[in-house]
Write a protein that binds this ligand. Structure first.
Ligand SMILES: NC(=O)c1ccc[n+]([C@@H]2O[C@H](COP(=O)([O-])OP(=O)(O)OC[C@H]3O[C@@H](n4cnc5c(N)ncnc54)[C@H](O)[C@@H]3O)[C@@H](O)[C@H]2O)c1
Length: 259
């Protein structure tokens, strides 16, 4: 299937690690140009050179996404380099364990800025170009917004916000033929996930327990599996899909728990 993504410029926030890296690499394999926006310069440059070695093309901007001005600059740099934006993947975030008991007003708001505000800012700044290109937006979300997790109010609220913005923008952007979807992740082993699992004393046992509960093949979703679905959803082969929250989670969120 030709996804017709050749030379399409797609911004991917946090596109050099974990899920974002999986998305950047999948896009580049289809001939698209992932434009990686991240704050970890070493990781960003490593992913750019990995894509080049595989024969692909990419672009990048360094940005701390909690700062709106840096979101604006990253979008402007992308336009200055390529003259267009055909897609936006909002992905960067962190499960930062701001719970009801251990958090404060400042902690909660910081978590919202880490996980939600830049989704809005990036869409806001990219929109003029997306209108010209009839591009697509894809928001990465988390099962935490459906199942709860405990001890992570900021992250859960931000993910609820990601889901709501997906539907809200799908409606608002109908007149411009811009599609907006979300891909919901449950368990995917990434540097973020590794940091989280290592907060438990019995991290190895805990990991085995979680794997056992994932219905499909008792294993975590890979970053490639997420990247490939995101790539498909951004492509014109999914041209009548909008406002959807799509779970790529091996059945973790919805299938019978007694499995
Ligand atoms: N890993 C999972 O199982 C899982 C489950 C559900 C949802 N998610 C979501 O997937 C997304 C990516 O998670 P991951 O596991 O790949 O994490 P990760 O830590 O491996 O990668 C995240 C990348 O985003 C960058 N980033 C984060 N905040 C940033 C900021 N403020 N400014 C600039 N760059 C920033 C990081 O530097 C890193 O490169 C997150 O939004 C998370 O909510 C992950």
């Amino acid at each position: 299937m030709d996804l017709k993504l050749k030379d399409k410029v797609i911004i991917v926030t946090g596109g050099s690690s974990g899920i974002g890296k999986g998305i950047s690499i999948s896009l580049a394999k289809e001939g698209a140009i992932p434009y990686i926006v991240g704050r970890n310069k070493t990781n960003v440059m490593a992913t750019v050179s990995e894509i080049e070695k595989q024969g692909g093309q990419s672009g990048y901007a360094f940005a701390e996404l909690t700062k709106p001005k840096e979101c604006e600059n990253a979008v402007a740099e992308c336009i200055a380099r390529f003259g267009r934006i055909e897609g936006l993947v909002n992905n960067a975030g962190v499960n930062d364990s701001i719970g009801l008991e251990n958090g404060s007003y400042e902690d909660f708001m910081t978590s919202i800025h880490r996980n939600l505000t830049h989704y809005y800012m990036m869409a806001h700044y990219a929109l003029p170009e997306l209108k010209k290109s009839k591009g697509a937006i894809l928001n990465i979300g988390s099962k935490a917004s459906f199942t709860g997790q405990g001890g992570t109010s900021g992250y859960a609220a931000a993910n609820g916000g990601r889901n709501a913005l997906t539907r809200e923008w799908a409606v608002e952007l109908l007149p411009y033929a811009i599609r907006v979807n979300a891909l919901i992740v449950a368990e995917c082993y990434t540097p973020l996930y590794e940091r989280w699992i290592n907060t438990f004393d019995n991290s190895e046992e805990r990991l085995q327990e979680i794997n056992k509960r994932i219905p499909f093949e008792n294993r975590m979703t890979t970053t490639e599996e997420i990247g490939d679905m995101v790539t498909f959803l951004l492509s014109e082969k999914s041209s009548h899909t909008t406002g959807q929250l799509i779970f790529v989670d091996g059945g973790y969120t919805h299938l019978d728990r007694s499995l």
